[in-house]
Design a protein around this ligand. Sequence first.
Ligand code: NAP
Length: 867
Amino acid sequence: MNKPASVPGHFDAVVVGAGFSGLYMLYRLRQLGLSVKVFDSADDVGGTWYWNRYPGARCDIPTTDYTYSFDPELEKEWTWSEKYATQPEILEYLRFVADRHGLRSDIEFSTAVTSARWDEPEQRWRITTDRGKEIRCRYYIMATGCLSMPKSPDIEGAGRFAGQVYFTSRWPHEGADFTGQRVAVIGTGSSGIQSIPLIARQARQLTVFQRTANFSIPAHNGPAPADRLEQLDVGRDAYRHAARWSRGGVPLEPTDVLGVTASESVRRERFEAAWEQGELFGILNVFADQGVNPASNDIVAEMIREKIRSAVKDPETAEALCPKDHYFGTKRPCLDTGYFETYNLPHVRLVDLRKQPIVSITEDGIETADESFGFDAIVYATGFDAMTGALVAADVAGQDGLSLKEKWAAGPSTYLGLMTAGFPNFFMLTGPGSPSVLSNMTVSIEQHVDWVARCLEDMCEEGLETIEPTALAEAGWDQHVQDCGAITLYPTANSWYMGANVPGKPRVFLPYIGGVDAYRQACDEVASQDYLGFRMTGPGGDRCRDGVVRSMQPDVAMVLEFVAALGLPPMETLSDADARALMAATAEGRPPGPELGEVTDGVIPGPAGDLPYRLYRPGGPSGRPRPLVVYFHGGGWVLGNLDSDDPLCRDLCARSGAVVMSVNYRHAPEVRFPAAVLDAFAAVQWADANATELGGIPGQLAVAGWSAGANVAAVACQLARDAAGPRISGQLLICPVVDSDMTRPSYEENGDGYILTTALMRWFWDHYADPADRGDPRAAPLRGDLEGLPPACIVAADFDPLRDEGVAYARALEAAGVPVRLARARGHTHTSVTMVDVVISGAPVRAGIGEALRDFFPSAELQEQVS
Ligand code: NAP
């Protein structure tokens, strides 16, 4: 790589922070032969473990895992004394690492970086420090940690208190002696929960001011678990590899037990085992669905509340300590040693700030709405401006002088949590948009550092000197980070993950929750695809392969992985009977969809015999007439029936408030084109004529369908127009087949791998219609006359071969003067939008569909009923 810079004040890289990430970054950059300067405002290494010296401070990931893995010799030479090491021991470890690798010589302690400016002509960062130094470097790397910027105490009168004031995050090196004192602790997050039992041992009187009760489980600290040590002894490399490719950075088999369906004894057994184990990832893995399903989450939450009630003797205090305002896990759960039992001590009292908020800190204590308290010392355990605080406070300005603070005014925007557009050669370690705080930090830190080091090495080899993400790649990643969060319960909490603890901070889900493994995969893909989404320049040329690394909804990707793992034969290789049986089998065991007021089956006369139908009525006053939607199921005219689309019909009914009548039609190949469309049209006519008997409102009729069902629905609208009736208020076409032309780009892009394939579509067409008939508008409604058709809502999914024909139909309808609502199902496949209660990210799309259905009807009453 580059030779070490020889010009004084010039370095290849400047790193801010000498904690876990800064130390390892320095080590790796040195390995590359780069000249490096590390700055830290502390007078020693340690980062978070330098500052957070409060009594009881420990890690909350077992130290067998919360440790560097890059140096096998180091692993042999250092033995952790406990399952969860204390702050002094972790600090000692980092000192040991720094000394072992001679890292201190490149670190300038007691020096803070005060500003960093990108110098475009020079293609260098200009760094200034609080010691008046100015330094130039090519790469600027913030290794400042996620929880390093203490939140200022946003409490009235905070500066007035005349007694001793302590912050858990800035604890004095000489410690604090509370013997004989009246002490207040404000805050019951991890720092408060760890320190309170130890402060209680010294204080004469301890009063804890709690705004939000927090979930905490006993750490069961002691020697490192024997089974873990054994795994490491037997195969350390394999263990570390498993950690790197795990969800959280600690090897753990994700459970597939669902809380909502598990028996009471299984629930209890799994919970008690996790409770006994005393590990965060264990208690977050009691049920597979506890992070996404409120009912499942509540099972775990209630069992923890039971534990709290049995630990705390005073029922009123116990109840106040029971968290009830957020789902378990959506705020960082704590690990404790004797926390809840501390409240049984006669000199310890809990003040519930929800009942009596703090009015002001006074000179000699704290005044709440109901009481005045006198104290000798106040301990603030009030947390941090997490994940972005240290970064935006650092006065970093990129191209055109834009500061990071300005760029992130509405929330952080990053590519992979590593870089941000407009800030060339500026790297963040464990930045927002990376797994960071949701993972074992040491594993995430090593991954980030290794990625950055590899990137710089690759650039050097190619003669490239600057790198920055493109706007497209960054926007795509930001969206993916939010999509991953949105399918979980996490964004519902007022947590620091959401920036909710800092007044005025934008409410954005900050970390990446897709998992350490998925994240590593994405980073590796980016690197191996010529640094997809990065623009790189230098003597070696300018290059940019622009693109988005993840644009599929995360739960859709999971479904595809699951289906691929089943190894099912392609549908088009099966006999018709086997294909139908396979479709029926895949529908078994899926969630049933919402409960409704009434679901009844019947038959109506069709052109060539009876047609079965199922009628869905929403809840609410029975007998009240409602608009009627006639629905046709999907399945390529070959597969499907009333059962196949049952959850979707329930969902459409619940969301629209309309009566939904799902009608079966004759299938190919037994009966080919145009039987299906003739049946569909007959069903629409019958429904219109019998609207009152069906509980509908005469004259308020829409048609709907998914896939081939949307094809027959669209054709039914054209036939109704041509026959001058019935009058149809709207057509809902979900991922419709509207043309037989299979050459559109979406067939090329999505023709394989997303369940509905080009081969399967061809099979469907071959079953349904002779080639000569496939241009008939009754088979390909896009080719028909589109004037005078009812208003349409068309859903087009990104990863659907049929996407482009759906969009084409929307455009053609619009051109013909038909009002159209085109709903793009971003990140979805042909089937995923219909997977009710399986693919959570489909719910907002279906909410939009429900709204579109309601908009078809003039009935204000319907709008009111549903809203
Ligand atoms: P925290 O989780 O943000 O907790 C801060 C506490 O202070 C909360 O109870 C908060 O209440 C309360 N608070 C904040 N402002 C307040 C105000 N104006 N009035 C009254 N109460 C107020 O901070 P933390 O305990 O320092 O922990 C932060 C994170 O650091 C943890 O979640 C964890 O990731 C990490 N950490 C880990 C360990 C460990 O075990 N290894 C130890 C310490 C910290 P609200 O909830 O109502 O905002």
